[in-house]
Design a protein around this ligand. Structure first.
Ligand SMILES: C[S@@+](CC[C@H](N)C(=O)[O-])C[C@H]1O[C@@H](n2cnc3c(N)ncnc32)[C@H](O)[C@@H]1O
Length: 314
């Protein structure tokens, strides 16, 4: 199986994890193993690496890509949102570093045949984990116009979301919408003569919004962030690469909350909780890819990298 992905901010991310030999590191979004390979190289010869992905293709690719690291590596097909449970099942309660590189791999977009892109005409599936329901086709053919509009507006920041949803509902009355190109044509027609941002296909935001809804991407991140600090040993690090502004906002707020000493409600005139910061912000300002990387890999342009270190006595 061909598996292509171009890793974003490879060295910046793995440097921030500060991998050491003998440490335990988790990549919750293995994808094409770009970050994973470098982490494994750095923790040799005595560390442990756990690679998680919900997509069977990523796990199958990782079996070959990470084979040179032998027993160092454990692969798990699962959801990073359930990381605590997945790790405890293999007897791990604390780790030195966790990486999440959110979103979609190039393989999923262009080679998986699951309708993530309108460049190929494929079944409207969009599931990263094909054991789960719904598919994008289920949403597009079953949700009400109001529900579809809310997905397009909230996850895709799509303007004229109601018109697009209305056209979809009208089109599916004639025949079910089953392929990516069919959906792209309906969205393009719905947005008709409206002004378009240069270079952006009119269906881009609708496709992104559907993918986020199908895979519960924001819910998974929120759930993970609730328990993430408990997984790290003191001094352990968490690095998150986000591509969507909603995801980056969630990461930024959570990291800020952990780094803030006082956890009292803002309406209290003074602190009564006596709280201490639980983490050190390793990226007080978000890190973005440099010009050279964007030239070589334009898809990396919206990447935002944030990292924290758990404070020793938190
Ligand atoms: C951008 S790719 C990661 C690329 C990888 N860092 C590399 O260098 O090749 C994102 C991967 O995360 C996986 N993924 C997304 N959400 C997930 C979740 N909730 N649990 C597990 N894997 C997830 C996707 O299936 C995809 O393979």
């Amino acid at each position: 199986m061909a598996y292509h992905h171009v890793t974003a901010m490879l060295h910046e991310t793995v440097d921030l994890l500060a991998c050491k030999s003998g440490g335990i590191y988790v990549d919750g979004t293995l994808g094409g193993c770009g970050h994973a390979k470098l982490i494994c190289e750095r923790i040799m010869p005595a560390g442990r690496f756990i690679g998680i992905d919900k997509d069977a293709d990523a796990i199958s690719n990782a079996r070959t890509a990470l084979a040179p690291f032998g027993d160092l590596v454990t692969l798990i097909r699962g959801n990073y949102a359930r990381m605590q449970e997945l790790l405890s099942e293999i007897g791990i309660t604390g780790v030195n570093g966790i990486l999440l590189d959110l979103g979609l791999s190039l393989h999923q977009l262009l080679e998986s045949g699951r309708g993530f892109s309108f460049q190929n005409d494929e079944p409207l599936d969009m599931r990263m984990d094909t054991r789960k329901k719904p598919t994008a086709g289920d949403l597009v053919n079953k949700l009400s116009a109001a529900e579809l509009a809310s997905i397009f507006r909230n996850y895709g920041q799509q303007s004229h979301a109601r018109q697009v949803a209305g056209k979809i509902v009208a089109a599916r009355r004639r025949a079910p919408i089953t392929t990516s190109r069919q959906l792209a044509r309906i969205v393009t027609a719905a947005l008709g003569g409206r002004k378009r941002k240069a270079g952006l296909h009119p269906a881009t935001k609708v496709f992104m919004a559907l993918r986020i809804a199908v895979n519960a991407e924001l819910e998974d991140l929120e759930f993970f962030l609730e328990n993430a600090l408990d997984l790290l040993v003191p001094g352990g690090r968490l690095c998150i690469l986000a591509f969507h502004s909603l995801e980056d906002r969630m990461v930024k707020h959570k990291f800020k909350q952990w780094a803030t000493a006082c956890q009292c409600p803002p309406q209290l005139p003074r602190c009564v909780c006596g709280g201490k910061p639980r983490v050190k912000l390793l990226t007080p300002r978000v890190l973005r890819p440099g010009k050279k990387e964007i030239q070589l890999n334009p898809m990396a342009r919206s990447t935002r990298l944030r990292a924290i270190e758990k404070i020793q006595d938190s």
